[in-house]
Ligand binder design. Structure first.
Ligand SMILES: [Zn+2]
Ligand SMILES: [Zn+2]
Length: 819
C-alpha cells in the first residue's frame, strides 16, 4: 500500500506557496483578520511541544484566508534578555551572535513545518530599527509624566544579578532562575502604570466573554482596587506625619498601635533619636533578607519591634506606639498601617503577643463584647461605641460621614487604593535596549533627542558580567556623552530596559514594520488594529498582558493609535507534555525535537498530531501511538487521491442509496468541521474528517460524481490542518488555483436536515455549542451527546449540574452551580 511521500511533496508545496506569495499581507485589507501568537523567545531548537500555538494560529490564519479574509499573520522574536547573555558569558561569544544563530534555527524549523508567515514583516526586538521605537516610547512616557526615577527598595535576584519587576517574582523566587529574591536599594526608572489602574480595571468589561475568564479575574486581583480613606497621624515631637490607608475608617477610634514597613523611606528619620534605634536597625536588616511572601504569609506568626516613637491620634489625641513590622510592605498602600486589635484578626494576635491594649469601638447588634473575654477580633459591622459624635451609629453606614469628618478636620481624605505597583523597568544587564536618558550636572535629566535615536548598544565588549552595577556604566565610550541641551560633559543612563517593555508594543509594529518615520502610520493602524485573535499561555495573565494593555492605552491617549485595547480576543492554549506526563523541556530531555521529527514523519503529520492530541485549551500528552494514528489517516487520504487520479467521472444520474449516504455525511462533515474550528474543537474536527475518510474508503464506485465531489470537499476541509497533502492532491485533481484561494465549502442544509436536526446546547442559558443528531435519537442520548460536546464539556468540568432543561428537537440547557 502506498504512503504519503511527504519528503518529496512538502518541499515542493512550500516552494509553490513562496512563488505565489500566498502569505503576503494585503496592502488595503477589506475584511481584515490579524492573528498573532505571543512573542517567541529564540531559545534555539524547538521541540514539538513548542509548536502547538504556532500550529493553532496557522490553522486559523489558513481557515480565515480560505474564507476570504485578508490576513496579517506575522512572526517576530523577543530577542533581548538574560539567556542570551548567560550563554555569551559561558561560551565567550557575544549575545547577538548567540541570539541570531538561535533565531535562524527556530526560523528554519517553522519554515520546515510550513507555517504561513509573511516573512517580510519579521522583526526582532534586538534590532536597532525596533528598539529605536522602544526608546521613543520611553521618552514619550517621560514627557507625559509617566516615567520617573526613584530610589527604592527593589526585588533583587542574586542569581541573575539584576532587579526584577513584581510580576517576575513568583512565590518569593525569581521567575527565571528560581533564586530567592531579596531587597536592595537602588536608583531606578519606573513606569507609572498605577495612573492607568482604574482604566485597566474598568476596561476589562470590554474583554468580558472575549478573553478567558481566569485571565480577567487574575488581572482584577492583580490590580486589586479597594475603597477607603487616608488618615494622617503626626509623629510625636517632630514635624513629620505618617499617612495610613484603611478600608475601615469606622474603626478609627479603636486604634491602639501603628505598624510601619521596615523599608519605609521615613523610618530612619523617625527613629534617629529613638532609644530603640539599634534594635530597630537590626530588625530592618533581618526583614530585608526575607522575601515578600515569607513576610506576608498567613501561616507564619507576625512579629515586630517597638520603634520607641509614638504617633498622635488625629481625632482623640491618644499616644499610639509605632511598631516596625515586616508583615507591612512599603509597596502596598502607604507602607504604614493603623492597627485596631479589637476588629482585625492580625492586629488582635499581634496585640496579645506584645501586650498592647485592645479597645472595642464596634459592638454586635444583639450581643456585648468584653475585652477580657474576647478570643478573637470582631470584624463584622455593628454599632459604633466610644467613637465621639459617631457613637450609636451603624458602622457600615457611617463610613462616608466619617470620611467627610476627616476632610473637615483636615486629617484625612477619601482614597481608592490599588495593589498594582508602578512598573520598575531598569535592568543592570547588558543585553537589552539602553535607556535613552542623559544626566547633566547643570540640566539634570535630559532625554536623548528623537533624531539621535536609537541609542545603540555598544558591541564587542570584554565582559558581559554585571558586578553589582550595570554593565554599560563601565563602558567609557558609551557612558560619556555631551549634554544635548548645554553641551557640557554628561553621562548616559547605564541600565537597559526590562524585556517586557520590548514585548509590550510589538503587536503595533507588524502592520508597518518598515516605517522609519513613525512607530506606525495612521493608515496602517486604522487598517489592522487591534489584533483580532491573540493566542498564548495563561502564565502571562498578570505580566505581559497587563503591560501590553497599558502601553496600548497610553499610545492611544497620545494619539499614536486609535485602539484602546490590544487584542479583541484572547485564547490560552494548554501545554504539551512528553510521554512521561511532564511538560516537555530541554532539561528533562523528554522533548521530541521538532526539526528531526519533520524529517522523519513530515510537517503534516506533525501539525495534525499536535492538533489531534487534545482540545487546544487543555494540556496534552505527545505519544507515538498518536503519531502513528495520524500517519495512517494521511496515508489513507493519499490513497483516495490515487483512486481519483485513475478514475473518470460519470455523468450525473439519480443518486444511489450509497451516494445519498455519502452526500449526507459530506454535508454533515462540512457543518461539523466548520463549527468545531470556530469553537476551538480542532481535535474533534479532525475526528470528523477521519470519519468521513472511513466512509469514503469502502465506497466502491470511484467514478461516481458524488464521490468526486466529496473528495474535493475533503481536501478543502483538510487544508488548514494538513496543508501540504491537501495542496498536492488539489493540484493533482487538476485545479490550477491554490486551495487556500478556493473558498470554504458550505453545507447544504437540505441534505443535512433530511436526516438530522440542530440541537443548541446552552450552559446557564448561554449558547456554548451545537450538535446535529437524528430526530429520533431521544432525550437520553441527546443529553449524553450534548455533555461530551468539546466546548460544552469545558464548562461542565468539575461543576455540579443542578438541572438539565431539554426541549425536544431544539435545545439542551445545563444549569450549573457557579462558585
Ligand atoms: Zn534570577
Ligand atoms: Zn546640560
Amino acid at each position: 500500500m502506498s504512503e504519503f511521500p511527504f519528503s518529496k511533496v512538502e518541499n515542493k508545496i512550500q516552494e509553490k506557496w513562496k512563488k505565489h506569495n500566498v502569505f503576503q499581507t494585503p496592502k488595503n485589507p477589506k475584511k481584515k483578520y490579524y492573528i498573532l501568537e505571543m512573542f517567541s523567545y529564540p531559545s534555539g531548537d524547538l521541540h514539538v511541544g513548542h509548536l502547538r500555538n504556532y500550529v493553532i494560529v496557522d490553522l486559523l490564519a489558513r481557515y480565515y484566508a480560505q474564507k476570504g479574509y485578508d490576513i496579517l499573520h506575522p512572526i517576530g522574536w523577543d530577542a533581548f534578555g538574560l539567556p542570551a547573555e548567560e550563554a555569551a558569558i559561558k561560551n565567550k561569544i557575544d549575545p547577538e551572535t548567540w541570539t541570531l544563530k538561535n533565531i535562524n534555527t527556530s526560523r528554519n524549523t517553522l519554515k520546515s513545518i510550513g507555517i504561513g508567515y509573511d516573512w517580510t514583516t519579521e522583526l526582532m526586538t534586538c534590532s536597532k530599527d525596533y528598539y529605536k521605537w522602544t526608546q521613543w516610547i520611553f521618552i514619550k512616557l517621560y514627557e507625559n509624566g509617566l516615567a520617573y526615577r526613584d530610589t527604592a527598595f527593589v526585588n533583587w535576584c542574586p542569581g541573575c544579578n539584576t532587579v526584577l519587576a513584581n510580576e517576575q517574582v513568583e512565590e518569593g523566587k525569581c521567575w527565571r532562575c528560581h533564586s530567592e529574591v531579596n531587597k536592595r536599594e537602588l536608583d531606578q526608572w519606573f513606569f507609572k502604570i498605577t495612573d492607568y489602574a482604574d482604566k485597566l480595571l474598568e476596561d476589562l468589561k470590554y474583554l468580558d466573554g472575549k478573553w478567558p475568564e481566569p485571565v480577567i479575574t487574575a488581572q482584577k486581583n492583580w490590580i486589586g482596587r479597594s475603597e477607603g480613606a487616608e488618615v494622617d497621624f503626626a509623629v510625636e515631637n517632630s514635624d513629620l506625619k505618617l499617612t495610613v490607608f484603611t478600608t475601615r475608617p469606622d474603626t478609627l477610634w479603636g486604634v491602639t498601635f501603628a505598624a510601619i514597613a521596615p523599608e519605609h523611606k521615613l523610618l530612619s528619620e523617625i527613629i534617629k533619636n529613638s532609644s530603640e534605634k539599634s534594635q530597630v536597625d537590626e530588625y530592618v536588616i533581618q526583614s530585608l533578607a526575607k522575601t515578600d511572601i515569607e513576610r506576608t504569609s498567613t501561616i507564619s506568626e507576625k512579629n515586630g519591634v517597638h520603634s520607641g516613637v509614638f504617633l498622635i491620634h488625629p481625632l482623640n489625641g491618644d499616644k499610639i506606639p509605632l511598631y516596625v513590622c515586616d508583615y507591612v510592605l512599603a509597596s502596598y498602600g502607604t507602607g504604614v498601617v493603623m492597627a485596631v486589635p479589637a476588629h482585625d484578626k492580625r492586629d488582635f494576635a499581634f496585640a496579645r503577643k506584645y501586650d498592647i491594649p485592645i479597645k472595642i469601638v464596634i459592638q454586635p447588634k444583639c450581643d456585648k463584647l468584653d475585652v477580657h473575654s474576647m478570643e478573637n477580633a470582631f470584624t463584622e459591622p455593628g454599632i459604633m461605641v466610644e467613637s465621639s459624635i459617631f457613637t450609636g451609629k451603624k458602622s457600615d453606614v457611617a463610613i462616608p460621614e466619617i470620611i467627610e469628618y476627616l476632610i473637615d478636620k483636615k486629617v484625612g481624605r477619601k482614597k481608592i487604593n490599588f495593589k498594582l505597583h508602578d512598573w520598575l523597568v531598569s535592568r543592570q544587564r547588558y543585553w537589552g535596549a539602553p535607556i535613552p536618558m542623559i544626566y547633566c550636572e547643570k540640566c539634570g535629566i535630559v532625554t536623548v533627542p528623537k533624531e539621535d535615536l536609537p541609542v545603540t548598544l555598544p558591541e564587542n565588549i570584554d565582559d558581559y558580567l554585571p558586578k553589582g552595577r550595570s554593565v554599560l556604566s563601565g563602558i567609557e565610550h558609551f557612558v560619556n556623552v555631551n549634554c544635548p541641551k548645554c553641551g557640557a560633559d554628561a553621562k548616559r543612563d547605564g541600565d537597559t530596559l526590562d524585556t517586557f517593555v520590548d514585548s509590550s508594543w510589538y503587536h503595533l509594529r507588524y502592520p508597518d514594520v518598515k516605517n522609519d518615520k513613525e512607530l506606525i502610520s495612521k493608515g496602517k493602524s486604522n487598517s489592522w488594529l487591534p489584533v483580532d485573535q491573540y493566542i498564548g499561555g495563561m502564565e502571562h495573565a498578570t505580566g505581559h498582558l497587563i503591560y501590553f494593555r497599558f502601553i496600548t492605552k497610553f499610545l492611544n491617549d497620545i494619539g499614536v493609535i486609535e485602539v484602546n485595547e490590544p487584542a479583541a480576543r484572547l485564547f490560552n492554549q494548554g501545554m504539551v507534555c512528553g510521554a512521561d506526563g511532564s511538560v516537555m523541556s530541554k532539561s528533562k530531555s523528554n522533548g521530541v525535537e521538532a526539526g528531526q521529527f519533520v524529517v522523519n514523519f513530515g510537517a503534516d503529520v506533525c501539525r495534525v498530531t499536535t492538533l489531534f492530541l487534545a482540545p487546544p485549551g487543555k494540556d496534552a500528552i505527545w505519544t507515538e501511538q498518536g503519531v502513528a494514528g495520524v500517519k495512517r489517516f494521511l496515508d489513507r487520504v493519499w490513497r483516495l487521491g490515487e483512486r481519483i487520479k485513475s478514475s473518470s467521472v460519470e455523468k450525473h444520474t439519480e443518486m444511489t442509496v450509497q451516494e445519498k449516504d455519502l452526500d449526507r455525511i459530506m454535508n454533515m462533515t462540512i457543518m461539523n468541521v466548520t463549527n468545531d474550528i470556530e469553537h476551538w474543537g480542532f481535535n474533534t474536527a479532525i475526528a470528523f474528517l477521519m470519519e468521513m475518510v472511513n466512509k469514503m474508503v469502502p465506497f466502491k464506485n470511484s467514478n461516481s460524481p458524488v464521490f468526486h465531489r466529496a473528495y474535493k470537499i475533503l481536501l478543502q476541509l483538510l487544508a488548514p490542518f494538513a496543508p501540504h497533502i491537501a495542496e498536492e492532491l488539489w493540484e493533482r485533481e487538476g485545479n490550477s488555483d491554490l486551495i487556500i484561494k478556493s473558498g470554504w465549502p458550505q453545507h447544504d442544509s437540505e441534505a443535512v436536515l433530511a436526516d438530522s436536526e440542530e440541537i443548541v446546547i446552552q450552559v446557564n442559558g448561554k449558547v456554548r455549542g451545537r450538535i446535529y443528531l437524528a430526530p429520533d435519537i431521544g432525550k437520553q442520548k441527546t443529553i449524553e451527546k450534548a455533555k461530551i460536546h468539546e466546548n460544552v464539556s469545558n464548562y461542565l468540568q468539575g461543576v455540579k449540574i443542578l438541572k438539565t432543561v431539554y426541549i425536544e428537537h431544539r435545545l439542551v440547557n445545563f444549569v450549573i452551580k457557579k462558585d
